[in-house]
Design a protein around this ligand. Structure first.
Ligand code: TYM
Length: 337
């Protein structure tokens, strides 16, 4: 078992990132560490250049994201934690894999369609190749398991196809690259916007009020849940006709570590959505307060963050270089070694 996942250093990290992905990184770190396997986590600054951005801001967000991940429990002694741009093999492997990636498959990617439609000036070729770079991230480490939220499902399916096509074309009967599986949580894989519960919570597409940030203080968390959009009934149950209430129930289930049914049962005597909202706010405050408290000190020490990321990059490079040597050899690229 080898775990790999990546997260973008864009915007501010929100409750969807935390519940759908970050807390599973920590779980995976502990599981692999105990089993003598490896979990590898990467902040993907190269991916962040595919849409308009400010270079100085990218660096700031990189440190913000690194500090949030460490504050959430990533431990560089128990996992490999690094910055994508430090390990040159990612970009090279992206190029090499583009030769076994179907243009038509990239054209069908939901995220490409959404993100390209949102661009006003330039739809970059980088945005189109984004999923190939993501495949390179994972395949460079021959990872078997990729913890992500629901929105990444299609990207993981594509990287499986790319690995299979590579092996069929260049493997000569060997499994040079490993087709990974996704690990998408049953509850919390798609946290919805609190104001527009038909849309997923996100930094870019969502409404400011409907996005709950990992670093929001308790008063802000209470306010955002108090104003969360529900529906005109007062029945606390899950269902496709009740996206707002379902979202609140699921968030509370994750906070309490119980099933959504148990949450509903625990609120049988509630006087309406007000009680549900207060309970979710309390649960989320408890979930995020330790992260927020640890964050400030970590974020303040950029030299320490650079040191952590640099050591992680050295460990990551050693693994990725090994895979790249195999890939180059299989493809007949570069000198004979
Ligand atoms: P990113 O940075 O957009 O999101 C990081 C993780 O958060 C999950 N997520 C959510 N989960 C639940 N509810 C939501 N509303 C929600 N919004 C986001 C995402 O599914 C993701 O797991 N392309 C990736 C980054 C990436 C990557 C990789 C991931 C680059 N290389 C290799 C896995 C493996 C992305 O943009 O994630």
């Amino acid at each position: 078992m080898r775990i790999f996942s990546g997260i973008q250093p864009t915007g501010r990290k929100h409750l969807g990132n935390y519940i759908g992905a970050i807390r599973h990184y920590v779980e995976g770190q502990e599981r692999t560490h105990t089993a003598g396997d490896l979990a590898i986590y990467c902040i993907v600054d190269l991916h962040a250049t595919t849409v308009p951005y400010e270079p100085a801001v990218l660096r700031e967000r990189l440190y913000d994201t690194a500090a949030i991940l460490l504050a959430s429990g990533l431990d560089p002694d128990r996992c490999v934690f690094f910055r994508q741009g430090d390990v040159l093999e990612h970009a090279e492997l992206c190029w090499l894999l583009s030769s076994v990636t179907a243009h038509g498959d990239l054209n069908r990617m939901h995220q490409f369609k959404e993100k390209s439609a949102a661009q006003r000036e330039l739809v970059s070729a980088g945005l189109f190749l984004y999923p190939v770079l993501q495949a390179a991230d994972v395949l460079a480490y021959r990872a078997t398991e990729v913890p992500v939220g629901e929105d990444q499902r299609q990207h993981i399916e594509l990287m499986r196809d790319i690995a299979d096509r590579f092996n069929a074309r260049f493997g000569a009967g060997r499994e040079v690259l490993v087709a990974p599986g996704h690990r998408i949580p049953e509850i919390g894989a798609k946290i919805m916007d609190l104001q527009e519960p038909a849309k997923k919570m996100s930094t870019t597409g969502g409404s400011g009020e409907g996005t709950l940030y990992v670093l929001d203080d308790p008063a802000t968390i209470e306010k955002k849940f108090k104003r969360a959009v529900t529906d005109s009934e007062n029945e606390i149950r899950r269902g496709p006709d009740k996206p707002g209430v379902t979202n609140l129930i699921d968030i509370l289930a994750v906070c309490r570590g119980v099933t959504p049914d148990e949450v509903v049962a625990s609120l049988a005597d509630a006087r309406g959505y007000g009680d549900l909202k207060a309970a979710v706010a309390a649960g989320v405050i408890e979930l995020l307060t330790p992260v927020r408290e640890r964050y400030e000190a970590l974020r303040a020490d950029e030299a320490h963050l650079e040191g952590v990321l640099g050591r992680g990059a050295d460990r990551a490079s050693a693994i990725a270089a090994d895979t790249l040597a195999d890939v180059r050899r299989a493809m007949g690229v570069g000198p004979v070694v």
